[in-house]
Design a protein around this ligand. Structure first.
Ligand SMILES: [Mg+2]
Length: 382
């Protein structure tokens, strides 16, 4: 079997899909995108194609090694997202060629389903308790919300009061048994992070995400000492080598590698196994499309330390197209009692509606994240 073509599709709301074709009629799909840089990653794919065309798609480990190590300059969001999408598509091809799901090739699934959480409130959370009730009425038992809007490196305490008020309103609305995760989204800097996590402690959070940016990880251990909630981080880390120091430091309880940013299934499986050796949990990051989610579920299926999966149905980013629009079978990710079943179809377990992908690729997108500013005119982390 030989790879004959790598075709990319930039599709709304902010995704990039990749289809790898072979000379035996089997093809596979991947989602090689980093949000806001879809066209840049698309170019990286065309450069990888120079090497991949004509190769046997089933030699995934070798191709991964060449794509990563053979670049000489390696790592980072663009290159690792490009590798991730290719890797997903290669696993999809291999599974489809053999007629088995990817998790079968990875040793067989150790769980039948996994808990999922839903986003509430968007970027500037208002009336968030109603959003929480809507989500729990649809069966979700866990949800995630942004903590704060703009927060300067040192800011006034009323901003902290506003976060606490929002989280309190959600906890009051859903009761004690719904998991609430609060994402600080890298908007919080070290001087404010301690007070925030301390004041949120009474609300028994499921986890606190990115209490500071991962590049400021040396502050994590001290911040974590002010919170009994697990600390989660990792959507902006791209390889085993990026996760190595985070795990060694011992300040995170949950890692959140993104299957479309951190080298795909091949690399994230190794990251997950590294984390397991540190007794650290796995909750793959996935605010992306259906192929990325399918890849996540294949990893969740074989990872003992996975406990919950992010998914983007109805997320605030999906204003033009939503998670299921590109799937031929809309029931593939049917949520039940807050869980999603591990897909058992061949490959990634999802069929993509190529006709619709091609139609939406004519519109494409140029999604960029918002640029925020503080009251004094300086840049604010979004
Ligand atoms: Mg996040």
């Amino acid at each position: 079997m030989k790879i004959t073509a790598l075709k990319t599709f930039i599709v709304p709301p902010r995704w990039l899909f990749l289809k790898i074709e072979t000379d035996e009629g089997v093809s596979g799909w991947g989602e090689p995108v980093v949000e806001g840089r879809a066209h840049t990653v698309e170019t990286a794919i065309t450069e990888l194609a120079d090497y991949l065309i004509g190769k046997d798609p089933r030699l995934i480990e070798d191709h991964w090694t060449v794509m990563y190590r053979g670049a000489f300059y390696r790592g980072g969001p663009i290159l690792m997202s490009a590798i991730a999408g290719v890797d997903q598509a290669l696993w999809d091809i291999k599974g489809k060629a053999l007629g088995v799901p990817v998790h079968e090739l990875l040793g067989g699934k150790l769980r039948d389903r996994i808990k999922v959480y839903s986003w509430i409130g968007g970027d500037r959370p208002a009336d968030i308790a109603a959003g929480a009730l809507d989500v729990t009425s649809r069966g979700f038992t866990a949800l995630k919300m942004n903590g704060t809007e703009e927060l300067q490196i040192v800011d006034s305490h009323d901003k902290i009061d506003a976060v606490v008020e929002r989280v309190a309103s959600v906890r009051q609305a859903v009761g004690p048994n719904i998991g609430i995760a609060v994402d600080f989204h890298g908007r919080v800097h070290r001087p404010m992070a301690r007070a925030l996590v301390k004041e949120l402690d009474p609300y028994r959070l499921m986890f606190i995400e990115e209490p500071v940016l991962s590049e400021n990880r040396e502050a994590l251990k001290e911040i974590a000492s002010f919170s009994s909630a697990p600390i989660a981080l990792g959507e902006r880390l791209y390889s085993r080598w990026d996760f190595k120091s985070v795990l060694e430091q011992g300040a995170v309880d949950i890692i959140q590698p993104d299957l479309s940013h951190a080298g795909g299934i091949t690399e994230c499986r190794k990251i997950a196994a590294m984390a397991e050796a540190y007794d650290v949990a796995l909750a793959p990051h996935c605010p992306l499309g259906p192929i990325a989610l399918a890849a996540c579920l294949q990893l969740d299926a074989v990872s003992y330390n996975a406990f919950i999966q992010e998914q983007s149905l109805g997320i605030h980013y999906n204003s033009t197209n939503d998670l299921l629009d590109y799937a031929s079978d809309k029931s593939v990710f049917q949520y039940e009692d807050g869980y999603v079943a591990i897909p058992d179809g061949p490959g990634l377990g999802i069929e993509i509606n190529e006709e619709y992908v091609m139609e939406r690729a004519k519109e494409g997108h140029r999604w960029r994240n918002p640029i925020w500013r503080h009251k004094d005119g300086s840049f604010a982390e979004w």
